[in-house]
Design a protein around this ligand. Structure first.
Ligand SMILES: NC(=O)c1ccc[n+]([C@@H]2O[C@H](COP(=O)([O-])OP(=O)(O)OC[C@H]3O[C@@H](n4cnc5c(N)ncnc54)[C@H](OP(=O)(O)O)[C@@H]3O)[C@@H](O)[C@H]2O)c1
Length: 262
């Protein structure tokens, strides 16, 4: 792969890139002529997506099959980029998993794995790829959080807590980097039609709509954006107006059926 200096085009590293919201984001970025590095566990699926993006958009696309929940995986990605001579102009921390059910009934190792991926890898990758962006005074990091980040969510407790970490971490890094020329922003989708969320829910959005919000977040200025007006309203009510205890009790009632059916 030619380096971005050689082609004078941006390169974006996108995790969880071959499916759902990640695939919609890579489609938008490739459509703008951005070269891509796609990261996820399923290497064959990544390569098929890379082949399609190269053919349709004429951009350079590399793939790296990596389980980002594993200790050391974010460093491996950073080393791989350095070895390939690729400078990441954009990082989209999108890979994530969810667990539905009471914590008391959930395998403890899966809870740990979720936190390692959804929170640990996001923080580590941000810390690894941010310094060269700050040094070059340009670049962008988009961390995909969730409306679940704004209030405690029973039956998806670890998931919502991991996303609260992503939101808080990103807002703080945004403030640290405001004057550096680097754009850092959290984007919070609500229920979105992907493999992660196949439940029938009112107001569910398409991955393409979330990708549009990500693209406008890249152009914007604030630290955090909620995708969709209804989702923004709900995060305002649950995250700002209600005390956490009331938000948790209401969410417990609304999520109980789905959790027990699971
Ligand atoms: N769908 C929703 O309702 C919703 C709502 C709010 C926020 N989100 C967030 O949006 C992001 C994308 O999710 P999605 O809805 O598009 O679901 P998805 O289609 O299941 O995408 C998740 C992606 O993450 C990758 N991934 C999972 N575990 C990984 C690991 N250990 N290491 C590296 N990559 C891993 C998966 O690829 P491999 O399986 O090949 O690794 C997949 O490409 C997630 O952060 C999710 O929390 C989704």
């Amino acid at each position: 792969m030619k380096t971005n200096q050689q082609t004078n085009r941006r390169t974006a590293v996108v995790t969880g890139a071959a499916t759902g919201i990640g695939a919609a984001i890579t489609e938008r970025l490739a459509g703008q002529g951005t070269h891509l590095v796609l990261v996820a566990r399923d290497g064959a699926r990544l390569e098929a997506e890379a082949e399609r993006l190269r053919a349709e958009h004429g951009v350079q696309v590399s793939t790296l099959a990596l389980d980002l929940s594993h200790r050391g995986a974010p460093s491996r990605l950073a080393e791989w980029l350095a070895d390939a001579g690729i400078e990441a102009d954009v990082l989209v921390n999108n890979a994530g998993v969810s667990l539905l059910g009471p914590v008391a009934d959930t395998d403890a190792a899966r809870v740990r794995g979720l936190v390692d991926l959804n929170a640990g890898a996001v923080a580590e990758l941000t810390a690894l790829l941010l310094p060269p962006m700050v040094a070059r005074k340009t670049g962008a990091i988009v961390n995909i959080a969730s409306t679940g980040a704004y209030a405690p969510a029973p039956y998806v407790a670890a998931y919502a807590a991991s996303k609260a970490f992503v939101l808080s971490f990103t807002q703080a890094v945004w403030a640290e980097t405001r004057a550096t020329g680097v754009r850092v922003v959290a984007v919070s989708p609500g229920p979105t039609e992907t493999a992660m969320n196949t439940r029938r829910m009112p107001g569910k959005r398409a991955p393409d709509a979330v990708a549009d919000t990500v693209m406008s977040a890249l152009r914007g200025r604030g630290p955090a954006i909620v995708d969709g007006r209804l989702n923004a309203f709900q995060t305002f009510v649950f995250g700002r107006l209600l005390p956490a205890s009331a938000a948790a009790r209401i969410a417990e009632r609304s999520l109980r059926k789905a959790a027990l059916r699971n």
